[in-house]
Write a protein that binds this ligand. Structure first.
Ligand code: NOJ
Length: 554
């Protein structure tokens, strides 16, 4: 059993060492640089960092093509630097989650090199081979439009190998117990070095059956229990956060009925429907997505996010809904990717409109689960659409007005810093925003502080309240004899809503605003009536501020 449910109420911040801060001036970020920014992260209020892959890699998919699982890519530092970093983070109460990329390796990994050279090598069976080109080789690509097939002929092996992702990422044969044993070793290695768990990459593909005859992969859910058990035996409070963009009907398979599989999962259903709601001002599909993903074991938790390092995948929406989101947030071909998503960062998608950014973030912090922020979003950073595929939203952090945004003292950052225009580092950077009390950075810091004071969101049960308007989402959370209530107006015009808290009379007549002083008093009929400005939001505590005196112990 897990010993500590810290992740139920964490504030997670996702970053890549490569683009955060470059201390040695070679143009690539490093652990030394990241360590110098830990106080910034601590000040922002984050309690966990999800680090994107930093191990040995040829770097053809931003490190998601690993060629050595047991080292730090020399461009970022050494294992010594890594341990210094986890230690420094721990001193500040910040936990570290790292990516666990074990669906595939790089084709330069020595395992694959040996496997392709020698049919009798033990590593041959660590990958998936076929003598002939399988009939469905042109199906199931994750990156359509860029990736041509899922099987590629290898001239050295004289066989075809399977790759769910790019052709330089051969899939590991995860049905081979030796491969699973190695995955456990990798996990054991990094938790020994101080991490608190893993963001597990591509989970449905890791556990799916693979082979030339497999047309519909079958998930081997038991594998999830094996991974979790191992982790818990080694370090009782370490967790797995699963990247699994799956249908709600299978959620419980991933969490495990007894909470014995994944601790956390990203809520892709809510993410996509949230963007639809932002695009259409219609919250009904979002409410449905919240309700369909409501059940999870008591120890399970959703990761709530807006944008991440990939494209905004809209593949789970209907065609009409998807077109609506494209129209609103990524109408041009250059904005879109893989026939299903938008590759822009959040701020340019929302036209840099501060009201809409606050609305979106307020939602990220108050939808059921644990918020996962992306670096630079606290500043409203933009993207560089001249860069290929997803690199456009992976540009260096903008620290100051100094050359290259204060990211590096070198002449040439490996990925250029966004310069000029409304999102250029000259206008948009952490140093300037820190000086401005009304900046997005300071707003984010304040909202995180308040979010930590409403543990009801992370721990409690929610109810979507009936409002008189589909553009307004009203959610109430209950936990330990306390309730909080949130309103969000998705429309670009003021809306007045009438609603009842749904609680017993003696509890509901007062709503105390946590962010400003316009509280709400129920009318005689017990209903509240609130007028929200365009894209307005409210965070209320139900009852009064003496809630801590009323909180129960269970
Ligand atoms: C999902 C990751 O988020 C993405 O960036 C990567 O390209 C694929 N998995 C392959 O590892």
């Amino acid at each position: 059993m897990i010993k500590d449910l810290w992740y139920k109420n964490a504030i997670v911040y996702c970053l890549s060492v490569a683009t955060y801060m470059d201390a040695n001036g070679d143009g690539v970020g490093d652990f030394q640089g990241l360590m110098r920014r830990l106080d910034y992260l601590h000040g922002l209020g984050v309690t966990a960092i999800w680090l994107m892959p930093f191990q040995g890699s040829p770097g053809r998919d931003s490190g998601y093509d690993i060629s050595d699982y047991y080292c730090v890519n020399p461009a970022y530092g050494t294992l010594g630097d890594f341990v210094e970093f986890t230690h420094a983070a721990k001193q500040r109460g910040i936990r570290i989650l790292i990516d666990l990329v074990v669906n595939h390796t790089s084709d330069e990994h020595p395992w694959f090199q040996e496997a392709r050279r020698d049919p009798s090598s033990k590593y041959r069976d660590w990958y998936i081979w076929s003598d002939k080109k399988p009939p469905h080789a042109d199906e199931g690509m994750v990156f359509p439009g860029v990736q041509k097939s899922t099987w590629t002929h290898d001239r050295i092996a004289k066989q075809w190998y399977f790759h769910r992702f790019y052709d330089f990422q051969p899939d590991l044969n995860t049905s081979n117990p030796a491969v699973v044993a190695e995955i456990l070793k990798i996990m054991g290695f990094w938790i020994q070095l101080g991490v608190s768990g893993f963001r597990m990459d591509a989970v449905p593909f890791v556990i799916g059956t693979k082979g030339p005859d497999v047309t519909r992969p079958r998930e081997q859910y038991d594998m999830l229990r094996t991974l979790r058990e191992f982790l818990q035996w080694r370090v009782g409070d370490s967790i797995i956060l699963a990247e699994a963009n799956v249908l709600p009907s299978t959620d419980m398979q991933y969490f495990g009925d007894d909470g014995d599989r994944m601790h956390m999962m990203f809520n892709f259903q809510v993410n996509q429907n949230l963007f639809f709601a932002l695009a259409s001002s219609d919250t009904r599909p979002l409410i449905k997505a919240l309700q369909r993903t409501e059940s999870r074991p008591a120890s399970g938790q959703w990761g709530i996010f807006l944008r991440n390092h990939d494209e905004l995948d809209l593949g789970r929406l209907t065609e009409a809904q998807r077109q609506k989101v494209f129209e609103a947030f990524g109408p041009n071909k250059v904005d879109q990717l893989y026939d299903r998503g938008i590759r822009r960062r959040l701020a340019p998608m929302l036209g840099g409109d501060r009201r809409r950014l606050e609305l979106a973030y307020s939602l990220m912090f108050t939808l059921p689960g644990t918020p996962v922020l992306r670096y630079g979003d606290e500043l409203g950073m933009g993207d560089d659409l001249s860069l290929p595929e997803r690199t456009c939203c992976r540009t260096p952090m903008q620290w100051s007005t100094e050359p290259h945004g204060g990211f590096t003292k070198g002449n040439k950052p490996a990925v250029p810093v966004i310069s000029n225009g409304p999102y250029g580092f000259e206008h948009l950077n952490a140093a300037e925003q820190r000086r401005d009390p009304n900046s997005l950075l300071n707003w984010t810091e304040r909202i995180i502080r308040m979010r930590k004071e409403v543990p009801e969101v992370g721990w409690g049960d929610f109810e979507a309240l009936k409002t008189s308007d589909d553009a307004v989402l009203a959610l109430r959370y209950d936990w330990r004899n306390n309730s909080v209530l949130f309103l969000h107006n998705f429309a670009d015009e003021p809306r007045e809503v009438e609603f009842s808290t749904g609680l017993k009379k003696e509890h509901h007549d007062q709503l105390i605003n946590l962010l400003s002083s316009d509280h709400s008093e129920a009318a005689k009929n017990g209903k509240h009536s609130v007028c929200l400005e365009p894209y307005g939001y409210r965070w209320y505590r139900v009852g009064g501020l003496d809630y801590l005196l009323k909180r129960s112990e269970y």
